[in-house]
Design a protein around this ligand. Structure first.
Ligand SMILES: [Zn+2]
Ligand SMILES: [Zn+2]
Length: 156
């Protein structure tokens, strides 16, 4: 019997910042790469200010406008998505797993946004005729575990 060679596995989905940018036909700039790296390394969505602070921490030169444009581009390309946190600032995260969308939890006390990976965002809703959904977002507002505990202590 002929020995079958295992076929070469398909290339893994792009995981590095450079691969993500070139896969979307974009220009690889230092700010774009740095922003994607910061977002990929974060467990929760980050605000513009938090991203700027992370870039400062790594001594990556940037200014508000460049950072703003880099984030806009990432959102336009569908690489990142933004989440309304109920405050003035948007939070940004890298979209993982293609079309999979999940809900978010906004802690009204510490302002943190957490990903609820197991809670899907409803994809359809009963709409008046002629209306079309382009984007759906589910943000639950309340107190996170840490803030909830503090509040209980304060009441005692
Ligand atoms: Zn909290
Ligand atoms: Zn998320």
């Amino acid at each position: 019997m002929p020995a079958y060679r295992p076929s070469t596995p398909p290339p893994p989905p792009p995981t590095s910042a450079r691969e993500l940018i070139t896969a979307h036909g974009g220009r690889v700039t230092r700010t774009r790469v740095a922003v994607i790296d910061v977002l990929l390394g974060s467990q929760h969505p980050l605000s513009h200010d938090e991203i700027a602070a992370a870039l400062d921490g790594e001594h990556i030169e940037h200014d508000r406008v460049t950072l703003y444009r880099a984030l806009e581009w990432l959102v336009e390309q569908g690489i990142a998505q933004r989440i309304a946190s109920g405050e003035r600032a948007w939070r940004f995260e890298i979209r993982r797993g293609g079309e999979h969308r999940h809900a978010h939890f906004h802690c009204e006390r510490c302002g943190q946004i957490l990903c609820l990976e197991d809670v899907p965002t409803p994809a359809s809703a009963p709409l008046p005729p002629g209306f079309a959904v382009e984007r759906a977002e589910l943000v639950l507002h309340g107190a996170c575990a840490a803030c909830g505990r503090h509040a209980q202590k304060g009441e005692q």
